[in-house]
Design a protein around this ligand. Structure first.
Ligand code: DC
Length: 246
């Protein structure tokens, strides 16, 4: 690890992980790596090539040759595959429904973890392309445990099942009535169940601090996470250059 700080955040769907991680990275002037977006990009790439997602070796081979560029700016984290902007394409319902098949492929995980570690190493050292070496917030399901177990701050962001379903339902359907919540269940609960077969993100591992956002609003959750980062790194983080003097 370099001189910059590495913040690792894991959690289930609907915990607010992505938006909270982005806000924390922005506040601290760090790069932001959305590892879930990498599994989603791999899914788009494989579907585009007509791969059979149940053919583990074919999918793993496709992912190894995938020309993926992850945008690391928390204000605008774009994703490019083979020069094509797939930032929106990775969020479709089709991809959301299919992504677990790719994310539970162990050969795919090995390849994407290798790429994720390379970004974390680079952004926390002199090879940084975005943060100037200040560091990175990386979020996903196995960041605190496998990708960056030596991170300076390791956080598990959780929320009750009810809160997670309500948030996703509002996000996807614009409502959180009974029908909308029911329609969101597969996306949240089934996917977490599938994903939990390959990563442990429902209970905090040793040395990982849990932040429960069930009763916190967005700003309160961001403040809670920033508090843990300060506490775990033993230093106040300087604000991002863009917010200096505001
Ligand atoms: O957080 P998300 O919904 O964008 O994640 C997309 C999928 O990738 C989801 O099925 C969980 C999986 N994932 C994973 O297995 N490991 C990670 N580090 C990040 C995401």
């Amino acid at each position: 690890m370099g001189v910059g700080i590495v913040v690792a955040i894991d959690g289930p769907s609907g915990s607010g992980k992505s938006s909270v991680s982005r806000a924390v990275a922005h506040e601290l002037g760090l790069a932001y790596l959305d590892t879930g977006a990498m599994y989603r990009a791999a899914t788009v790439w494989c579907l585009q090539r007509g791969e059979d997602l149940t053919d583990q070796h074919a999918v793993a081979h496709a992912v190894r040759v995938m020309p993926l560029v992850m945008g690391l700016d928390p204000a605008e984290p774009g994703v490019e595959v083979e020069g094509r902007d797939v930032t929106d394409a990775i969020r479709t319902t089709e991809v959301t429904a299919a992504v677990s098949a790719v994310a539970t492929n162990l050969e795919v995980r090995a390849e994407l973890r290798r790429r994720q570690r390379a970004v974390v190493e680079a952004e926390s050292g002199p090879g940084a392309t975005f943060s100037g070496g200040r560091g990175v917030v990386a979020e996903g399901r196995d960041i605190t445990t496998v990708v960056a177990p030596d991170a300076d701050a390791r956080i598990l962001l959780t929320a009750s099942e009810e809160a997670r379903l309500r948030r996703r339902s509002l996000e996807v359907h614009g409502a959180a009535d009974e029908k909308a919540v029911e329609a969101t269940k597969d996306q949240v609960l089934r996917r977490d169940r599938d994903d939990a077969t390959v990563s442990q993100f429902l209970v905090a591992a040793d040395g990982v601090v849990t932040v429960d956002s069930s009763d916190l609003d967005f700003d309160q959750t961001v403040q809670a996470v920033l508090g843990v980062v300060t506490q775990m790194t033993g230093r106040e983080q300087a604000p991002a250059p863009s917010t200096l003097g505001e």
